[in-house]
Design a protein around this ligand. Structure first.
Ligand code: ZN
Ligand code: ZN
Length: 107
């Protein structure tokens, strides 16, 4: 992440946020109060700043399934991983018993 912009504004009774990271709009959501809204902005930025591109997988050599951004359910680290059924065991973040785990958090 090289650059980020966050916007916070009021929409009726709610607070809306929009976060743009490296020129890509990331999220637009509504919150009931300003504290939750600013907390969400901080969390999104922290997660993105901590995201390590080394976890990202290359596209699958066997098929043209898209990559998807998934996050570890334990530590929150995120990576682009393959969505197809090939080489499931080499995936940096994968589902174990219904939860997503990165390599470090895998049981
Ligand atoms: Zn594949
Ligand atoms: Zn993890």
């Amino acid at each position: 992440m090289d650059q980020a912009r966050a916007r916070l504004w009021r929409e009726g009774d709610l607070w809306a946020i929009e976060v743009e990271i490296d020129g890509v709009p990331y999220a637009e959501r509504d919150y009931a109060d300003v504290a939750s809204a600013t907390h969400a902005i901080a969390q999104i930025l922290r997660q993105q700043a901590a995201r390590s591109p080394d976890l990202d997988q290359e596209e699958c050599p066997h098929c043209d399934a898209a990559l998807d951004l998934v996050a570890c359910s334990q530590c929150g680290v995120a990576a682009f991983v393959r969505t197809c059924e090939h080489d499931v065991f080499t995936r940096p973040i994968r589902i174990v018993e219904g939860q997503l785990y990165c390599r470090a958090c895998r049981p």
